[in-house]
Design a protein around this ligand. Structure first.
Ligand code: PEP
Ligand code: MN
Length: 255
């Protein structure tokens, strides 16, 4: 039986500079990884670096021209249009984009607004939905319902498990967020959608990223999204959990 190809998304937490984005894109190309994450806007727990925003569009466009699908979090509906326009203006390939709804974006009007714009302006771009921070299966499935109520086709949606805020479980490994493997598999079965895992935001440290990736193999995930940075120590966000490219190579051996 032919096994289905896993979805692999790798790249920095945030786009920080042209040099960082292109360096990372070149490393991914060498490894035949086709999707790179690099958020332009970052929701933050406390005030700080909130992403480079529209300034990063030329870098994203350049990477799409290299054949890499660029994945970024969308916070507001108008950002769908801003990214598409920016990529076209900078002569990038607007088909090589993937957007996602982050865990903190839990206003259903905003979720629907983003899905609605995407449905209107593109036939290709996929939307990934991360689970909300609190542990509630009905809410997670509800996000899918809100998004599909706009007419966005099911074959354009991917789900991503990034764990849940703690408060209900022992946490001997000091994970950043606690996975609920069974719930993730239930949501996958009930929605009939692909489900990938985000070991970076579950793990919180490089060591835990490896542990969680290994553990996730006992379940039927369809791939992973992992944070990788050319120089993790200098990362403006999530420095502790971003892998070097050498660590990425090690991780890919166990995926
Ligand atoms: C992210 O993936 O960049 C992120 C902010 O993660 P989450 O929404 O899962 O906290
Ligand atoms: Mn991050």
């Amino acid at each position: 039986m032919k096994t289905k190809q896993k979805i692999i998304i790798a790249g920095p937490c945030a786009a920080e500079s042209e040099d960082q984005v292109i360096k990372c894109a070149l490393e991914l190309k060498k490894r035949n990884i086709k999707i790179m994450r690099a958020s332009l806007w970052k929701p933050r727990t406390k005030p700080g670096f909130e992403g480079v925003g529209l300034e990063g569009l030329p870098w994203i466009a350049k990477a799409t021209k290299m054949g890499i699908t660029m994945a970024t979090e969308i916070l507001f509906p108008e950002q769908v249009d801003q990214i598409l326009e920016g990529v076209v203006k900078n002569k990038g390939n607007p088909k090589n984009l993937l957007f996602w709804l982050g865990s903190r974006n839990q206003n259903h009007k905003t979720q629907k607004g983003i899905a609605n714009r995407l449905h209107k302006v593109s036939k290709d771009i996929k939307l990934m939905i991360k689970n909300q921070p609190w542990r509630d299966e009905a809410h997670w499935l509800g996000i899918v319902d809100h998004v599909t109520s706009t007419g966005l086709e099911l074959n354009r949606i991917i789900l991503c498990h990034r764990g849940f805020s703690n408060g209900w479980s022992a946490n001997p490994l000091g994970l950043r967020n606690i996975p609920d493997w069974e719930m993730a598999m239930e949501v996958k079965a009930k929605s009939s959608l692909p489900m990938i895992i985000d070991p970076s935001h579950i793990g919180g440290t490089v060591e835990n990223v490896f542990l969680i990736t290994k553990e996730s193999k006992q379940h039927n995930f369809d791939g992973l999204m992992v944070e990788v940075h050319p120089t993790p120590k200098k990362a403006k966000t999530d420095a502790k959990q971003q892998l070097t490219v050498n660590q990425l190579d090690k991780l890919l051996k166990i995926v």
